[in-house]
Ligand binder design. Sequence first.
Ligand code: HEC
Ligand code: HEC
Length: 320
Amino acid sequence: MKKIGMLVLKIMAGLAVIGVIALLFVNFRGVPSYEVNIPDNIKNVNVEVTPERVARGEKIALIMCNACHANGENRLVGKHIADLPAEFGKAYSLNITRDAEDGIGSWTDGEIIYFLKTGIKRTGQYAPIMPKFPRMADEDLKSVIAYLRSDRFPVQATKGAGHEQEPSFLLKVLTNTVMKPIEPITEPILVPDSTDKTAFGKYIANDLIACYGCHSGDFAKEDPLHPEKSFGFYGGGIKMPDLEGNIIPSANLTFDEETGISKKYTEEQFVQAVRLCKKPDGTLLRYPMQPHLTLTDYEVKAIYAYLKTVPKIRNNVNAQ
Ligand code: HEC
Ligand code: HEC
């Protein structure tokens, strides 16, 4: 018996030493880098900048990029991400203006698309905090690039080297274990025809804006390649900080009669809520819900039509 006891003790001590070495290694290694392996059909993309694409790209960027990358003068030179929960450390968005040294003027179109899909930069560095856009349609990605290459004020070449990232130990552990880059989809991704209202709304909600990213049950159990498989899909309840550090639960957007939006919002009221953050009682929805001013009424109505088809979840987000 005694011998077995000693053996167990020795094994446990050994495991503890291995554990400490692993943790030291992770802390030293930091956020890992990856091999840059851009598939040919992404690498060879060469976006023609047309006025239509710039307009579409600007509309998308105003919802998806500018708030995180714009400084006080509305130039996309990057800044401290103030509402990142402190346990992840500090993150800084970077200069994505056309400047060739400080911005992304020297990145190829393929390198930008690969980064937006996977989170892997042309240097191999992985960006854990920057959102990824793995299911955005090819034409929409091209439009975002056309905007980034355009003469619009926010992206005009501007100096300003970005700040180093300051990942916490927890973020280093996560990126060395469960948080990984996303495999790029290489098959064509098309924007559904807008006359198919439900499919069109589904694309905007899930693939373009990723409303489920905030409106599901757990950040850690989301599936960006198959959004519908995310835990608590559109049932809400993720607790997120506003800019003052107050904790706000995301709303249940399913059509559950008691806890969802079916009785709370008519289609018209939903449009007001999503476009202007206006609630039916006239008060405003709180940050981090943001107004989506550049979405048209039709686009928001299409999201409403799609949400009707999502399996209902009974979840009173204010009761938790
Ligand atoms: C939640 C905030 C956030 C949003 C939204 C966001 N970004 Fe970023 N972005 C970041 C952060 C943080 C980094 C730095 C990543 C790193 O180095 O780990 C970054 C880095 C980048 C880089 C790499 C720059 C470099 O020099 O390495 C590009 C390109 C970029 N973002 C483009 C975009 C585009 C285009 C959009 C919209 C489609 C967007 N970002 C939306 C936060 C954001
Ligand atoms: C960054 C996270 C985030 C994203 C992205 C987001 N929301 Fe929200 N949303 C919230 C939060 C948090 C609330 C709760 C606000 C409050 O209680 O004041 C909310 C509230 C709402 C409400 C009000 C529901 C109610 O019960 O009163 C609607 C409607 C809504 N969001 C729709 C959307 C749609 C549609 C999208 C995508 C186009 C979207 N949201 C994207 C965080 C987000």
